[in-house]
Design a protein around this ligand. Structure first.
Ligand SMILES: [Zn+2]
Length: 322
């Protein structure tokens, strides 16, 4: 795909709700897209959101995904051990000090500065994750599994994280309707509860670090781990506070609705008052209370859940509603 990266700092840009202006959340650069680009990105996001509406059978899905990968770019890395890693990637972007490549079954993080330090920070933060014993297997799959690390000939370092074929960075879906944002908030609350359980703060929860599976409506937090650490740890970005997880969750939801940040979300035909109020609200004291508060607001926004079997997940409840 075409890359919508900031011309000033290289970071991924977000389209606003009109689809005409792109904004960089890292340096604040804004620019107006030309017609051709506007049409391209609107078309691309529309194709991605079609994935979310469900209905397609396995084979139809596979064909759609294959079409997406037809114009994949290629990149090679030369390792100090003499090997050469060649990847095909659909999407890439640069964050301060890190290039990210999204391949079909992997995400490749290329740490450009301070040798292996960024990669080590990533590994360490992920190693601090522990799961409530009853739930180990299912929760673990929503956090990074590191499948390799390589030192490169130019002194930089690459870290490879596995992902499912059907998982895509959230940013590729552009702006989403309220109901989709609602299930994504539910999944982010799940992720924040795991962070809370581990006393971890991940200040970079956003549309680039979150990956969603549009078919199963699951969300995973794969990126940005070099910024994560235990709460109250002093980092380059300041002392980490639990509240940052829940603030980032709200900003992400606001971004998906086309706003720059939480606090700005307005009620529309598509965004019920309880949804806007939740996103604009101050986080509760911890993720568990915040999740309970969200559940309450979710019911206010979209009504009492119907009598669906206890095991029914949000996909069945919200999946076909647009
Ligand atoms: Zn920028």
């Amino acid at each position: 795909m075409k890359h919508l990266n900031c011309k000033n700092c290289g970071a991924p840009m977000l389209l606003d709700a009109s689809g005409m202006t792109a904004v960089c959340h890292y340096c604040g650069t804004k620019y107006v897209l030309n017609h051709e680009d506007t049409d391209y990105f609107r078309g691309f996001y529309r194709r991605m959101t079609e994935f979310l509406s469900g209905g397609a059978d396995e084979q139809a899905r596979r064909l759609k995904a294959d079409a997406l990968w037809q114009d994949a770019d290629e990149q090679a890395f030369d390792c100090t051990d003499g090997s050469r890693i060649e990847i095909k990637y659909m999407y890439s972007y640069t964050l301060p000090g890190v290039e990210v490549y999204v391949a079909r079954r992997n995400i490749i993080f290329h740490f450009l500065t301070d040798g292996a330090a960024g990669s080590e920070r990533f590994r360490r933060a992920v190693s601090l994750l522990d799961y409530p014993s009853a739930d180990t297997r299912s929760l673990q799959s929503f956090f990074p599994t590191i499948s390799g690390g390589f030192e490169l000939c130019d002194g930089t370092c690459v870290l490879v994280v596995s992902k499912d074929m059907d998982e895509y960075p959230l940013c590729l879906f552009g702006n989403l309707p309220g109901r989709h944002v609602a299930w994504i908030i539910s999944r982010m609350e799940n992720l924040c509860c795991v962070l809370e359980y581990n006393a971890l703060v991940h200040p970079a929860i956003n549309v680039n670090s979150l990956y969603i599976n549009p078919y199963t409506h699951q969300a995973s937090l794969y990126g940005g781990w070099w910024e994560a650490d235990r709460r109250n740890t002093a980092t380059r970005g300041g002392v980490l506070k639990t509240e940052q997880n829940l603030t980032a969750l709200r900003d992400t939801a606001a971004n998906l609705l086309g706003y720059a940040k939480a606090g700005e979300v307005r009620v529309t035909d598509d965004v019920p008052k309880a949804l806007a109020d939740f996103i604009n609200s101050k986080p509760r004291g911890n993720a568990y209370d915040d999740f309970a508060y969200w559940d309450e607001m979710l019911i206010k926004a979209y009504g009492e859940r119907k009598f669906i079997s206890m095991n029914a997940d949000d996909e069945q409840i919200y999946g076909n509603a647009r």
